[in-house]
Design a protein around this ligand. Structure first.
Ligand SMILES: NC(=O)c1ccc[n+]([C@@H]2O[C@H](COP(=O)([O-])OP(=O)(O)OC[C@H]3O[C@@H](n4cnc5c(N)ncnc54)[C@H](O)[C@@H]3O)[C@@H](O)[C@H]2O)c1
Length: 280
């Protein structure tokens, strides 16, 4: 028998791929869920859950939805690389509304950050969770900003947060990159469960990735403090996927993969790391 949070959990982005999976798995634990999304919820509601359609850009609606909630699992927003003007509303203004709601309710934030906040590190590198952000586009930049917002709300207001830098959370890995970056749905659901139930989390970062042999990129995060370890692995897909590469040198060089090549206009690759020697 698992523990149940004392207060309801607000889940944004409930109608999205990960939101639907979490609504199902957290609902099955008997947790009281307050679901919201701008899109209709396509599944039967879990027992005891409510669903309200709302735009993250509507601050009053978000404050109301968070009333009485002890945790906000924030999955909503633009989830792929898009032009700046499309990202800024849901992912920056919307995130501010969610953090304001967390502050008002003294609720904890679980933020769906992304590997794209550090996407321009090379795949031959190994980085700890406290390494500088190196976003690979406007989407990744919004995730880095979101993590920084978490730090500000922790130091200024005592709002706790766990920032999960999700790798590739899909039902199955589909290419060679995902042999490193893949996270299974059950591993993500178990991590979210620990993020909600762990008594104190401060402002922490967890790499959202399964136990893949090729995952040499990311280390030193809050998993031990959270009492979480991944149980699944992309390794059984190695033979099938090792050759599934794009042929694009920018995409294959960096951790962020295809997002790094979107709109890329350098003639030569940047020097390795953030403070590498200049190539000019
Ligand atoms: N799936 C992954 O591999 C992955 C990797 C890294 C990070 N993430 C992050 O995890 C979260 C969930 O990802 P997903 O794959 O389920 O994405 P998704 O696109 O399927 O879900 C996002 C949801 O947010 C909702 N949304 C968008 N704009 C909104 C707005 N203005 N107001 C309210 N709701 C809005 C959408 O309707 C959608 O249902 C996202 O924040 C994403 O950036 C996912």
């Amino acid at each position: 028998m698992t523990d149940t949070p004392a207060k309801p959990v607000l889940l944004t982005g409930a109608s999205g791929a990960l939101g639907r999976m979490l609504a199902r798995s957290l609902g099955a634990l008997g947790w009281k869920l307050v679901l919201t999304d701008i899109a209709p919820f396509p599944d039967p509601l879990p027992d005891g859950a409510t669903f309200t359609r709302a735009d993250l850009q509507d601050g009053v609606a978000i404050l109301r939805l968070a009333e009485g909630c002890g945790t906000i699992v924030h999955m909503g927003g633009v989830s792929v690389e898009r032009p700046f003007e499309e990202v800024i509303g849901p992912n920056i203004r919307g995130l501010y509304h969610v953090y304001e709601a967390a502050r008002r309710e003294k609720a904890r934030m679980i933020f769906a950050s992304s590997n794209h906040s550090i996407g321009f590190y090379e795949r031959t590198e190994s980085i700890g969770a406290d390494t500088q952000f190196l976003p690979d586009g406007y989407y990744g930049l919004s995730k880095a900003y979101g993590e920084l917002m978490g730090r500000m709300y922790w130091f200024k207001h005592g709002v706790e947060s766990v920032n999960i830098r999700i790798g590739s959370a899909t039902p199955e890995p589909v290419n060679a990159r995902m042999l490193a970056s893949w996270m299974s749905y059950p591993d993500l659901a178990r991590l979210i469960e620990r993020c909600v139930l762990t008594p104190k989390v401060g402002c922490s970062v967890a790499w959202g990735v399964s136990a893949n042999a090729r995952m040499t990129w990311w280390r030193d995060d809050a998993r031990d403090a959270l009492g979480w370890a991944p149980q699944d692995s992309a390794d059984p897909f190695t033979a099938q996927l090792a050759g599934v590469v794009s042929g694009d040198p920018v995409e294959e060089r960096y951790m962020g993969g295809a997002y790094c090549s979107i709109g890329y206009s350098r003639d030569q690759p940047a020097p390795r790391g953030l403070f590498g020697e200049t190539d000019d």
